[in-house]
Ligand binder design. Structure first.
Ligand code: 13P
Ligand code: SF4
Length: 299
């Protein structure tokens, strides 16, 4: 079946199911193109609560679809491929968090949304890379356990006066971006600005001109007088930026999130045909996890 046929079928199935397609900005170009809404994880969480549809097809990774479900327990949330996981979320187990909790019982617990529902359930509040600094600053406690991403946690620690306790989890996609990679591109395009995600390692962030979440990078591009940008995050974010800013030039590093790439036009069509894979969470976890996400949205 050709891409055009898949698009036609998906459009018919969407009407039949009264479905909406949300896609993260790390999705492939063809998936971003058929989505009703594309955005970063914070935008998508908010959008999931606003949409007037019975079914949400979530083109992203497991934790993102779970967040959409937590905010919409009465809607059906479908993740088109069960294997679409986040390496960072999968790296941190609940025992790991409990051990930190027992070592630092006075600390508040902030979990990056890139975590399992079980981790969210044992947290005081969630955050995304776009609001992590604000969330941590809003807490009364001086000591904060920040999980799971140690690189985002280090970035937050640099921006606040709080005493931040980290785990040793990281995102392999961003951890593998190096200063050398960025320097090579910069040598070829010396006029370009370097933008990186806060999941990158410290030396990469310090080498860059700007560090921010994907939405913050978009805002920066909109305001910057520069015309060329080196993009230090998942490669497909370059596609998203090019659509929004056709007059600017982007040089994305070659960083690929394998979980994101599990979602294809074929899997979206399959998901709508079979109404699979439905996100479901245990009641004992979902109520507490929802509280942490909703608390973040209020901040
Ligand atoms: P955003 O919060 O910028 O969407 O990033 C999510 C993510 O998975 C980063 O690796
Ligand atoms: Fe997870 Fe990293 Fe992929 Fe983001 S890029 S979804 S943190 S594995």
């Amino acid at each position: 079946m050709s891409a055009v046929d898949f698009r036609d079928e998906i459009s018919l199935l969407k009407q039949k199911r009264n479905a909406v397609i949300l896609a993260h900005v790390y999705q492939s170009g063809e998936v971003q193109d058929i989505a009703d809404f594309t955005g970063d994880s914070l935008d998508l969480s908010r959008k999931a609560s606003d949409v007037d549809a019975d079914v949400i097809v979530f083109c992203g990774v497991q934790f993102m679809a779970e967040t959409a479900y937590l905010l919409n327990p009465n809607k059906t949330v479908l993740l088109p491929d069960k294997q679409a996981g986040c390496g960072l979320a999968d790296m941190m187990g609940i025992d790991n968090l409990r051990s930190l909790k027992s070592q630092f019982p006075d600390a508040a617990i902030v979990s990056y949304v890139n975590s399992s529902a079980a981790i969210k359930a044992e947290s005081d509040v969630c955050c995304t890379s776009a609001n992590a600094v604000n969330v941590v600053n809003s807490l009364v406690q001086d000591r904060v356990i920040f999980v799971p991403d140690k690189n985002l946690g280090t970035y937050v620690a640099e921006q606040t006066k709080k005493n931040i306790i980290l785990s040793d989890s990281y995102c392999y996609v961003h951890e593998n971006i190096t200063v050398n990679q960025l320097r090579k591109i910069k040598d070829t395009y010396p006029e370009s600005e370097i933008l990186v995600h806060p999941e990158c390692i410290g030396p990469v962030r310090h080498f860059a001109d700007f560090t921010g979440s994907t939405a913050q990078m978009s805002k920066h591009v909109a305001q910057s007088p520069a015309r060329e940008f080196i993009i230090g995050t998942e490669i497909n974010f370059g596609y998203h930026l090019k659509k929004d800013f056709p007059d600017k030039i982007f040089y994305p590093v070659s960083a690929i999130c394998l979980g994101m790439k599990r979602i294809t036009l074929e899997s979206i069509k399959w998901a709508l045909e079979h109404m699979e894979h439905k996100i479901m969470l245990d009641d004992s976890i979902s109520g507490r996890a929802r509280n942490s996400v909703e608390k973040m949205l209020r901040i």
